[in-house]
Design a protein. Structure first.
Length: 235
């Protein structure tokens, strides 16, 4: 949830019932074990930006795990050992500079109110990443979801992997890997909805990505000690 107010909380609770949230958690366990573990070591400090129900951060294996979200119920969803920070993602001031190895965000940036806020999040994440630290971003690709993207009332910022790469470059990141098609749009679709389907989906990539992928995946690396984009000096 991008803003953390009561209306967004209500929307998200309505969007996924208890059974669907349990299925999402099981799906994310497979994703973390079979895919995201390629980019994260057990010695890393991992930051989940816009953690929501903590499906990613609860399942990733790392030395230190930190979840950030404006939802006041965040701590209730976090697993034991996961540190929680209830705050806006563009102002994680309580984290010191260069303390995070890997930052992750999934289906979050599109919920932010405007593009300047997206940039502000990327600037603050850049600050807390260690030199050569990595940022993983997932989100719906508007290029392959022109209509269905707007089915969700709290979607504000349409993005593609290309527009994301551009703003990342603007703020001191280098793109290492960019997939325009990665996962399907939602678990409410037919594929993948269950752990065994997720395992098959990943095993037969990139064919499955091309057929059913509607979300982009971008892996970037911090380059500069200081972002150099147009809003970097506004904070």
């Amino acid at each position: 949830m991008a803003e953390g107010d009561e209306s967004l909380n209500t929307i998200y609770q309505h969007r996924f019932d208890v059974a669907q949230r349990a299925r999402k958690l099981a799906v994310w366990k497979v994703l973390c074990d079979r895919f995201f573990s390629r980019y994260i070591t057990k010695q890393d400090v991992v930051l989940d930006v816009g953690a929501g129900f903590c499906e990613f951060i609860n399942n990733v294996q790392a030395a230190r795990r930190i979840a950030v979200d404006a939802n006041p119920d965040l701590a209730r969803f976090a697993a034991p050992g996961v540190e929680t920070m209830c705050c806006r993602a563009e102002n994680i001031a309580s984290l010191p500079a260069e303390c995070v190895d890997v930052a992750f965000t999934s289906n979050f940036l599109e919920h932010l109110s405007d593009k300047r806020t997206v940039e502000a999040v990327l600037v603050d994440v850049h600050r807390v990443l260690k030199p050569n630290g990595r940022l993983i971003v997932m989100g719906p690709n508007i290029r392959v979801l022109p209509g269905a993207y707007w089915d969700y009332f709290d979607h504000h910022i349409p993005l593609t992997e290309r527009s994301l790469e551009e703003v990342l470059h603007l703020h001191g990141y280098k793109t290492l890997l960019s997939l325009p098609r990665f996962l399907p749009y939602t678990i409410k679709g037919r594929l993948p909805a269950r752990p065994w389907l997720v395992r098959m989906y990943l095993a037969f990539s990139p064919i499955t990505f091309r057929l059913w992928g509607r979300q982009f995946f971008v892996l970037a690396q911090k380059l500069d000690s200081q972002p150099h984009g147009r809003i970097a000096n506004c904070f």
